[in-house]
Design a protein around this ligand. Structure first.
Ligand SMILES: [Zn+2]
Length: 238
C-alpha cells in the first residue's frame, strides 16, 4: 500500500488546508523537494575546524556589509560564535558521522501493538530563510520482531532536525530512518511546528502552525491511523 503523506497548515480560525498548493501561499514557497538533503560533492573534505574558520570570515563580511562595527566588544566575537554554532550545533546533522547509531533489542515481551513516542521537542532551521522552525515530533512503529531504545527515537528526530530543512523533508527523513532501522514499513510520523519565517517576518502570522505527517504500512489503515492520532489527541483529518 502506498504510504500516505499529508501536509497542512492550521490557521487561526481553525480552517484546515489540505493540499500543498495552498501551503505555498502561507509558507513562502515551503514546498519540499526530494527526501535527501541536497549536498554538493566533497561536502566533507574540510574538517570542522576548517569550516568554522571559513564561515567566520564570511559571516564577518555579512555583518560588515550590513554596516556593523565589529570593533565593538559586543559584536567582535559574533562571527566566530555563529560559525561554531553552525558547524558544531545547529547544523551538525549534515554530517553522517554524527548520525546516532541505532541498537535494536529482541522484542522479548512479544509486544505487538504500536509504540508511540510523542512530544519529542526539536529545533530546526528553515533552509529558505535560515531562521528557526521548532515544535514537536510524534513517532510510532509496530515491531517487526525488534524494538529500539526509546531515547534513540529522540536522537533520530534531532539528528535530522539539525540541518537546514523543510518540514516535509524532515518528516520523510525521520520516517525513512525508522523504516530502515526497524526493518518495517509500519511507521508513522507527525510533526507540528512553528516557523519563525512565517511568524516573525513575511506574512507575520503568529498563530498558525504547520502539521506534516507520514503513514506507512499498517498505519495507512484507518483504524491504526486513528489509534495513533487518538494518542496524540489529534483528529483523523491529519
Ligand atoms: Zn522559511
Amino acid at each position: 500500500m502506498k504510504p500516505k503523506e499529508t501536509m497542512l497548515n492550521t490557521l487561526p480560525n481553525k480552517m484546515r488546508i489540505e493540499n500543498f498548493l495552498e501551503i505555498d501561499e502561507i509558507g513562502n514557497d515551503h514546498i519540499s523537494s526530494a527526501d535527501e538533503t541536497p549536498m554538493k560533492k566533497g561536502a566533507f573534505l574540510l574538517s570542522e575546524e576548517e569550516k568554522i574558520k571559513k564561515i567566520e570570515i564570511y559571516f564577518k563580511e555579512i555583518m560588515e556589509t550590513l554596516g556593523l562595527d565589529l570593533s565593538d566588544d559586543s559584536l567582535s566575537g559574533t562571527p566566530h560564535r555563529v560559525a561554531k554554532m553552525y558547524v558544531k550545533e545547529i547544523f551538525n546533522g549534515l554530517d553522517p558521522a554524527n548520525k546516532p547509531s541505532v541498537k535494536l533489542f529482541a522484542n522479548k515481551y512479544q509486544y505487538k501493538q504500536m509504540l508511540v513516542e510523542r512530544d519529542i521537542t526539536f529545533y530546526s532551521n528553515c533552509e529558505h530563510h535560515f531562521v528557526p522552525f521548532f515544535g514537536k515530533a510524534h513517532v510510532a512503529y509496530i515491531s517487526n520482531g525488534k524494538v529500539i531504545g526509546l531515547s534513540k527515537l529522540n536522537r533520530i528526530v534531532n539528528y535530522y532536525a539539525k540541518r537546514p530543512q523543510v518540514q516535509e523533508r524532515l518528516t520523510m527523513q525521520i520516517a525513512k530512518e525508522l523504516k530502515d532501522a526497524l526493518n518495517t514499513e509500519d511507521v508513522a510520523v507527525v510533526i507540528e511546528a512553528k516557523h519563525l519565517c512565517v511568524s516573525s517576518r513575511g506574512i507575520k502570522d503568529d498563530s498558525s502552525s504547520t502539521i506534516s505527517s507520514f503513514y506507512g504500512g499498517k498505519f495507512s489503515e484507518e483504524q491504526k491511523k486513528s489509534e495513533f492520532l487518538n494518542y496524540l489527541n489529534l483528529n483523523s483529518n491529519y
